[in-house]
Design a protein around this ligand. Structure first.
Ligand code: ELE
Length: 214
């Protein structure tokens, strides 16, 4: 898969809803009801971070939920990419990018949303063909004003900003011409998952899916 093909697929997924929930799952038994609640709330593209031992099992469980499109987040190494693909992940998200990781995702035909925080990182990724990038960590890196400034010299790059995004500041990003969608963990808070409060998560997802999209 070429970087251009990967970015086209990522853009397609980003356009399915204004928000991609970033999920950290400690117990694979939570995976199916969590995915059902998010899909019922209108968010079908879900990112499961590879930060817990349960993550790959959670991805496997979630790929069975009708309507859900499951990706892996915190994909750092080529081995992460291979494991995510084998578990059924349809896309991968990384906080940054290395040549080894880009090579691995391209070779595995796993569409990657690579992270970048500076103009040089963004230009390097764009030079390789990645027109869709994750602006990470969005809020500490200057937030929506920074991304708006970046859009002046680099209008051809589109972003999914992630990191510190909330229901309150998401609209500031979603109104930018260079934003396709945002990512964030606020729609599935750890305490709600631990309490199996799927109703609360469905309601947070419903509010997120109703945000005015780009
Ligand atoms: O590691 C990755 O690949 C990620 O996707 C990182 C996430 O974007 C952030 O961890 C989400 O940050 P919050 O919404 O502030 O909790």
């Amino acid at each position: 898969m070429t970087p251009q093909e990967a970015s086209a697929e990522i853009l397609r997924l980003c356009q399915m809803a204004p928000v991609i929930p970033v999920l950290t799952i400690d117990d694979a038994a939570h995976a199916a009801p969590l995915a059902r609640a998010l899909v019922a709330g209108g968010l079908s593209v879900l990112e499961v971070t590879l930060r817990t031992p349960a993550a790959l099992d959670a991805i496997r469980e979630m790929t069975r939920i009708p309507g859900a499109v499951i990706g892996a987040g915190t994909v750092i190494t080529p081995e992460d990419a291979t494991a995510a693909r084998a578990a059924g992940a349809r896309f991968a998200v990384s906080p940054g990018a290395t040549d080894r990781l880009l090579d691995a995702c391209e070779n595995a035909a796993l569409p990657l949303l690579p992270g970048a925080a500076t103009a040089s990182e963004m230009m390097r990724l764009a030079e390789r063909g990645y027109g869709m990038q994750k602006f990470f960590p969005a809020e500490p890196s200057g937030g929506a004003p920074a991304l708006k400034s970046i859009g002046a010299p680099l209008p051809q790059i589109r972003f999914c900003p992630t990191g510190g995004i909330t229901a309150q500041n998401a609209p500031d990003y979603l109104e930018l011409a260079n934003v396709a969608c945002v990512g964030g963990s606020w729609v599935a808070p750890g305490d709600a998952i631990a309490a199996r409060d799927w109703g609360r998560i469905e309601s947070l997802a419903r509010s997120a899916s109703a945000l005015p999209g780009p």
